[in-house]
Write a protein that binds this ligand. Structure first.
Ligand SMILES: Cc1ncc(COP(=O)(O)O)c(C=O)c1O
Length: 432
């Protein structure tokens, strides 16, 4: 077996020694130490491939959350300005890291609220339907929260989702979307589409869409473009500014390891972020920080001329503290380095399933590494639920998506090639 560390090309073999050699050659192996690994009841360490659902806890999270609790205990309200990380502008410390993660300028990003809330806030500004242009186009399958958000926005404006909601579905017998099919629908309905809301990486199939091409097509047809980055942020390289999308939103608890249900992130392209007159739902934290504490003396809202101008409330410090620890790990490396390892890890998983799976599994995620991130969605042909239960019994953690898909995500910051090897031994020997 040959591993070429620089070019990224490697030939795999089914032998465990291949996994161990790949781990030895892994320049990011040191990052695994930054994370806490759950233990099974028998004390063994689980094989954790559910980072696409909930990322592992960075070890530093406990210290940073504790520091905020200490500052609260010792300084109380004074901590807004005197804490180690002053609370008044707490959100600002995340800008540079978040901007690097999504390919933006610092003033185009802000951490606030949750993903679904941010999608709604963004639609308030960027879904401005008229009687002739009122439709929303999404990829399919869409995550349920996105479906509910889109349908409720459409209804809120007095339209009917049966007419106004366009879903781009895979071709008969296929699981994935063709970029050409998405663009054909945009061209066909272009003058009626107000918003194209596309996933960065589809939650079910793991397909990484050609966002730049879709955004170009949408903009050419006069549609606003938003991206749900739930499964893309921290997983694949993103260039939101250059791709010219209007907005994006993400959660920080999957590949970004920021903690369960923690605060989300939002991108507003600078051509809008600077536009203080753009309609929005406003709150006091989106108001000019110099005016904020003039309170009712200056009742006029004057939006911060950046993504900050969409903030509603003061930042939830305890929830955001763990994100600091999580982003610090990303700041130790680069998305490019993570992507290189991610391709190898995922390619190795694919190779082992293909060679050892006895035809029991169909990988529905794209085979082209450029069109996927860390996740493989494995369609289990025989008794998928029993198979998933066997995996759980063997402490191999992925997740199950109805009706028959097991999603597994080898995450480059904390998974090893040996994790992949051991996982596939369990998978291929499991019942179902
Ligand atoms: C694609 C996608 N959209 C939306 C959500 C909802 O996120 P939240 O609960 O943070 O609003 C999720 C959560 O997993 C998701 O995967």
């Amino acid at each position: 077996m040959h591993v070429d560390r620089d070019s990224g090309s490697c030939e795999y073999s089914v032998d465990r020694s291949c996994a161990l050699r790949l781990d030895e050659a892994d320049g990011l192996a040191f990052l695994r130490e930054r994370f806490c690994f759950p233990k099974a009841a028998d004390g063994s360490q689980v094989i954790y491939f559910a980072g696409n659902s909930l990322g592992l806890q960075p070890k530093a999270a406990q210290r940073i959350v504790t520091e905020e609790l200490e500052d609260w205990a010792n300084l109380a309200v004074d901590a807004h300005f005197s804490a180690r990380r002053p609370w008044y502008n707490y959100h600002e410390q995340f800008r540079a890291s978040a901007a690097r993660l999504v390919g933006a300028s610092p003033h185009e990003v802000v951490l606030m609220n949750s993903l679904t809330t941010n999608l709604h806030l963004m639609m308030v500004s960027f879904y401005r339907p008229t009687t002739s242009r009122y439709k929303i186009l999404t990829d399919w399958p869409s995550f349920p929260s996105d479906i509910y958000a889109v349908e409720s926005q459409i209804r809120h404006h007095g339209f009917d989702p049966n007419d106004a909601f366009i879903k781009v579905k895979p071709r008969e017998g296929d699981h994935l979307l063709e970029t050409a099919d998405i663009e054909t629908l945009i061209e066909e309905h272009g003058s009626q589409i107000a918003l194209v809301l596309i996933a960065g990486v589809n939650y079910y199939t793991g397909q990484f869409y050609d966002i730049e091409s879709i955004a170009n097509c949408a903009r050419k047809n006069g549609c606003a473009v938003g991206v749900d980055l739930a499964h893309a942020a921290g997983n694949v390289p993103l260039h939101l500014h250059d791709w010219n999308v209007d907005f994006a939103a993400w959660c920080n608890y999957k590949y970004l390891n920021g903690g369960p249900g923690t605060v989300g992130g939002c991108f507003v392209h600078e051509r809008h972020a600077r536009d203080v007159n753009l309609p929005r739902f406003a709150g006091w934290w989106g108001n000019d920080p110099q005016q904020r504490f003039k309170m009712h003396m200056v009742p006029e809202f004057s939006a911060v001329p950046s993504a900050d101008g969409w903030q509603l409330s003061n930042p939830p410090i305890l929830a955001m503290a763990a994100i600091r620890a999580a982003y610090d790990v990303f700041d130790e490396t680069s998305m490019q380095a993570l992507r290189t390892k991610s391709k190898r890890l995922t390619g190795y998983l694919e190779y082992l399933i293909d060679t050892q799976g006895d035809g029991r599994f169909e990988i529905i995620t794209p085979r082209d590494p450029e069109q996927r991130g860390s996740q493989l969605s494995i369609l289990a042909k025989d008794d998928p639920r029993a198979l998933f239960q066997s995996l759980q019994d063997a402490h191999a953690v992925g997740d199950f998506r109805e009706p028959n898909v097991i999603r597994v995500a080898p995450v480059p910051s904390y998974n090893t090639f040996d994790d992949v090897w051991r996982f596939v031994q369990i998978l291929t020997r499991s019942g179902g």
